[in-house]
Write a protein that binds this ligand. Structure first.
Ligand code: NAD
Ligand code: 6OD
Length: 486
């Protein structure tokens, strides 16, 4: 059987390269197709195409024209909605319902949101009187950086890629995107959409490949890349930051997390259980915002552990298209081994297993996939490695606490600082605590809800800078001040 070949998209054409790698289904280990791997030569061609497009007619497009283009991209994704769903499901093994309601829907929404924002965006204007009595006015002009490299991970492939492509194009940049080697399909479809709607050649370029000594490294080291935006692991962010230091390029980093959910005794109990089930097990725990540390106020601790256990055991694991399936596979066998390694470590560190802790047995092709049971632990000390390192799987640890000050100290005792979720009916306490948690995003009585105009990003090891709304426009553009002596 011949497999499809996923190619790069450079200077307005799909191009193959001689090296390829397998695209493997995490559901049953089948090879879905081949993916071209870009070397230094293909990356250079993509960056050169972007540089040339920047100095071509695209450079003269006004904001309203770019906004119209973004709307056309959103329309085209909607027309091929089910193709995108199929691509996302095939690469990741996630429930088809999630791909529809979250991944692809947000892909469309990202383009529409930034189309609206760039239409509305203006500059600053100031007047002053100079020493010689003349009137002086100053205003700002928003300009693109030029070439932006966009490097994205596998966990929410289309959502996280379009979250960066949309504002980058809105601001008039040309982009070279490198999706994760584990999820090449939806990015390739996005290139097809760009082609279909007439994005000028070189404005959007796509290269496939890996990180080190492959497309990712060649792209971040390329001297003609003006800015780099990256979502992925904190360690990778640190490597990319070193590459970006050469030439002092701008960076924006959305990195890992070890997020806490804090459940107070006065919460709406059922809502908190449902919320923590979502925040720990959505996308099999492979969302940077998932809660791996759950702190529950002592009076409701035992009841909460029992309820979360019951909820986790009700989650149906299975094929993406099965009715009622709540959790699919992890992204790969390699990642499953990493997660199972943490399960072993938790045992060695003295954890009590509440539920899960292993691999489900199906007795069919899924046994060759990358599934893991939803897993809950208790009993670990705050210094255990499993309490400090990001697992990025369907797992959480639940610990009791006795006071606001104590839980705040424990939540903040963490090298990461991405997000937290508070469950309480006492909103005054929620506001008080939110101000003191060292994270980029706090949810109160909810999780994952995002108004795309709000700033998004992490503190400490979780990232650098903020994207979202005008913060994205600020990152993806350069501001020039013009000072006029009238
Ligand atoms: P990863 O860092 O391994 O890879 C991310 C991307 O970087 C991939 O495209 C990869 O090929 C590329 N890459 C790897 N090494 C590189 C190098 N040396 N130079 C250039 N590119 C390189 O991350 P992952 O495993 O794909 O994703 C999971 C991680 O992403 C988790 O840590 C998760 O928390 C994090 N994440 C963070 C956010 C956020 O918004 N903060 C969102 C999603 C995922
Ligand atoms: O909602 C977003 O815009 C966003 N960047 C989500 C990140 C999810 C991380 O896995």
């Amino acid at each position: 059987m011949s497999h499809p070949l996923l190619r790069h998209y450079i200077a307005g054409s799909f191009v193959a390269s001689s090296r390829t790698f397998d695209n493997v289904s995490p559901v049953d280990g089948r090879v879905l197709g081949q993916v071209c791997e870009a070397g230094a030569e293909e990356v250079d061609a993509a960056v050169t195409a972007a540089v040339e497009a920047q100095s071509g007619p695209w450079g003269g497009w006004c904001a309203a024209q770019r906004a119209d283009l973004l709307e056309r991209i959103a329309d085209a994704i909607e027309r091929r909605f089910e193709d995108f769903v199929a691509a996302e499901v095939a690469d990741t093994g996630r429930p088809v319902q999630q791909a529809r309601s979250l991944d692809v829907a947000r892909g469309v929404h990202n383009f529409r949101t930034f189309a609206g924002l760039i239409r509305q965006s203006g500059g600053e204007y100031y007047e002053m009187r100079a020493g010689d009595g003349s009137d002086v006015f100053s205003y700002t002009v928003r300009k693109p950086h030029g070439v932006v490299a966009i490097i994205s991970p596998w966990n929410l492939p289309l959502l996280l890629l379009t979250w960066k492509v949309a504002p980058a194009l809105a601001c008039g940049n040309c982009v070279v995107v490198k999706p994760s080697e584990d999820t090449p399909s939806s990015a390739t479809l996005l290139a097809e959409v760009m082609h279909e709607v007439g994005v000028p050649a070189g404005v959007f370029n796509l290269v496939h490949g890996f990180g080190p000594a492959s497309a990712g490294e060649f792209l971040t080291r390329h001297p003609d890349v003006d800015a780099i935006t990256f979502t992925g692991e904190s360690r990778t962010g640190s490597t990319i930051m070193k590459a970006a230091a050469e030439g002092v390029r701008e960076v924006s980093f959305e990195l890992g997390g070890k997020n806490a959910a804090v459940v107070f005794a006065d919460c709406d109990f059922d809502a908190a259980v449902a919320g923590v089930l979502r925040s720990s097990f959505t996308n099999a725990g492979q969302v940077c915002l998932c809660s791996e540390r759950v702190y529950v106020e002592r009076p409701i601790y035992d009841r909460f552990v029992a309820a979360l256990k019951a909820g986790a055991e009700r989650l149906k694991i299975g094929y993406p298209h099965e009715d009622g399936v709540a959790m699919g596979s992890l992204i790969s066998r390699k990642h499953r081994d990493k997660v199972l390694g943490y399960f072993e470590l938790a045992r060695a560190e003295g954890a009590t297993l509440v539920t899960g802790g292993g691999v489900p047995v199906f007795g069919d092709a899924r046994d060759d996939g990358a599934f893991v049971q939803p897993t809950i632990w208790t009993g670990l000390g705050d210094d255990a490695r499993c309490m400090r390192e990001e697992v990025f799987g369907p797992v959480c640890h639940i610990a009791p606490f006795d006071s606001d000050e104590e839980v705040l100290r424990r939540v903040n005792d963490c090298a990461y600082g991405l997000a937290a979720a508070l469950w309480t009916r006492d909103l005054a306490r929620a506001h008080r605590i939110s101000r003191r948690i060292r994270v980029g995003m706090v949810w109160v009585n909810t999780w994952f809800l995002r108004d795309l105009r709000t700033p998004f990003g992490g503190a400490r090891l979780s990232g650098l800078g903020r994207e979202g709304g005008r913060h994205s426009l600020d990152f993806y553009s350069e501001t020039t001040t013009v000072c006029v002596n009238a």
